[in-house]
Design a protein around this ligand. Structure first.
Ligand code: URP
Ligand code: ZN
Ligand code: ZN
Length: 462
């Protein structure tokens, strides 16, 4: 046996029990009360929890965006993931005009392979819709890219997928079980409101808060409702990324009641922050699309998570440091949109979810491990603790107290949206396919040891 984890309390989506875990050649090979076998390395997890490694299905590493490139690249972003107990990330391969999707994913693979320190996969993002692009979806799924992402906004940035493309993609993927993720915001009204507030007087008066004024909740909810309509009409499987509003949660709850194959993801920023951050002197740092909303929205999202209507928590990591954010120069439309997050997903969700009794430990595992693995086509290899699964594990210390500061994080960011947040519970040891990759927030793994995950068709959740 290569590695043995002894005396820990295992937590899965189904429940919790005490057992030892044996690992050989990167896989879990034994789970028993007491494992007698000798192991090359033994980690004592006494007094600690053993979680499946978290899966962050929404990261943008080294993304060229808003006139700059996100500051956590594949190397550092995946080191940060390891430090935070995340053992798989899913990034995005965004099509350039005139390029095939096949070329798009190959180019993104070339940027990531050999650099990543935890396993990774890619969503393919069509932005140049045509019959040819449509015809590629099934071929891509066959090569392990089984989920697609479409932006309902970013018309001016040339990344939008209009209703015809979204409808056709849902129709096409319904035929083979693929899933379409959407960034749901209502582009035409949004662009009108962006223009309305994009004037010297309002930008001087409201500063970064113009970001809030130009994106009322109906900007998100109208687009979610429209996407749900297309999913209902086509029978396609729909996944709403980074859902931020109470109204969005209501639409998803209703769609689920009607038996639609519709899922939603939210992010820690929508659960733990509110839009008063945009009134701070450094409010522009928090600029992200969609923006964080009001406390009532967070409360509704927590409730929807506990009820199973929000299926996944991911981070939408798109790191921009202070120098990059300063590019806004007082113009809210020029903020590099995005924030760091992958490294703090598990500890934040543990402390503010489980710790505050908003969700149970098993619900936490469902939201950041098991549901992501099932929906994204990586289950049962990932997202659970069972014999034969990848040995992606986190030994988690539920007693460790940490005050969150960017200074103690691996991310290339010189600020954190969660600066000063008090945590009780932190990853102690992160194990990726049987290798220890991080200890107490410090990366100790081998750069480049992460692998591309060729995904199968995802499962539907009950
Ligand atoms: O502001 C964000 N979210 N930046 C990343 C791109 C996206 O829309 O997810
Ligand atoms: Zn987005
Ligand atoms: Zn995103």
């Amino acid at each position: 046996m290569d590695l043995k984890i002894t005396g820990g309390r295992i937590v899965t989506a189904e429940g919790t029990y005490k057992a030892d875990i044996g690992i050989n050649k990167g896989k879990i090979t034994a789970i028993a009360d007491k494992l007698p076998n000798e192991a090359r390395t033994t980690i004592s997890a006494k007094g600690k929890i053993v979680f499946p490694g978290a899966i962050d299905v929404h990261v943008h590493l080294q993304l060229p965006f808003c006139g700059t490139v996100s500051a956590d690249d594949f190397e550092n972003g995946t080191k940060a993931a390891a430090c935070g107990g995340v053992t798989t990330v899913i990034d995005f391969a965004i099509q350039k005009k005139g390029e095939t999707l096949k070329k798009t994913v190959a180019a993104r693979r070339a940027e990531a392979d050999g650099k990543v320190s935890v396993d990774y996969a890619l969503h393919a993002v069509p932005t140049d819709w045509s019959e040819k692009t449509k015809g590629e979806l099934f071929q891509l799924a066959d090569s392990g890219y089984t989920t697609f992402k479409m932006f309902m906004i970013y018309a001016r940035e040339g990344m939008i997928s209009d209703d015809d493309a979204l409808f056709a993609a849902l129709e096409e993927t319904a035929g083979f079980g693929g899933m379409v993720g959407v960034h749901a915001e209502s582009v035409r009204v949004l662009d009108l409101l962006l223009d309305r507030y994009h004037n010297k007087q309002d930008m001087k008066k409201y500063g970064a808060y113009c970001h809030v004024l130009s994106r009322p909740n109906f900007i998100e909810s109208e687009a979610i409702q429209r996407a749900v309509n297309w999913a209902e009409a086509t029978g396609g499987k729909l996944y709403i990324v980074h859902m931020s509003t109470a109204e969005g949660a209501d639409i998803i709850s209703d769609a689920k009641k009607r038996g639609l194959n519709v899922y939603a993801e939210t992010c820690p920023q929508y659960l733990l922050l509110d839009d008063s951050v945009f009134k701070k002197p450094n409010g522009h740092l928090y600029g992200t699309c969609p923006q964080v909303k009001k406390k009532a929205d967070s409360d509704r999202l927590w409730e929807a998570m506990a009820a199973g209507d929000v299926s996944v928590v991911a981070t939408d990591t798109c790191t921009f440091n202070k120098k990059q954010k300063a590019m806004w120069k007082g113009d809210f439309t020029k903020i590099p949109f995005g924030m760091p997050g992958v490294e703090t997903l598990l500890p934040l969700m543990y402390s503010y979810g489980v710790g505050k009794k908003r969700i149970t430990e098993s619900q936490l595992v469902k939201l950041i491990c098991t549901n992501p693995a099932k929906l994204m086509g990586m289950y049962p290899e990932k997202g659970n603790i069972s014999i034969g699964a990848d040995a992606d594990l986190v030994v988690f210390d539920p007693h460790r107290k940490v005050t969150l500061s960017h200074k103690n994080l691996q991310t290339n960011c010189d600020w954190s949206p969660f600066e000063g947040f008090k945590l009780k519970g932190y990853p102690d040891t992160t194990i990726s396919r049987g290798q220890v990759v991080a200890i107490q927030g410090v990366f100790v793994g081998d750069v480049g040891s992460g692998r591309f995950v060729k995904r199968h068709i995802g499962m539907n959740l009950k």
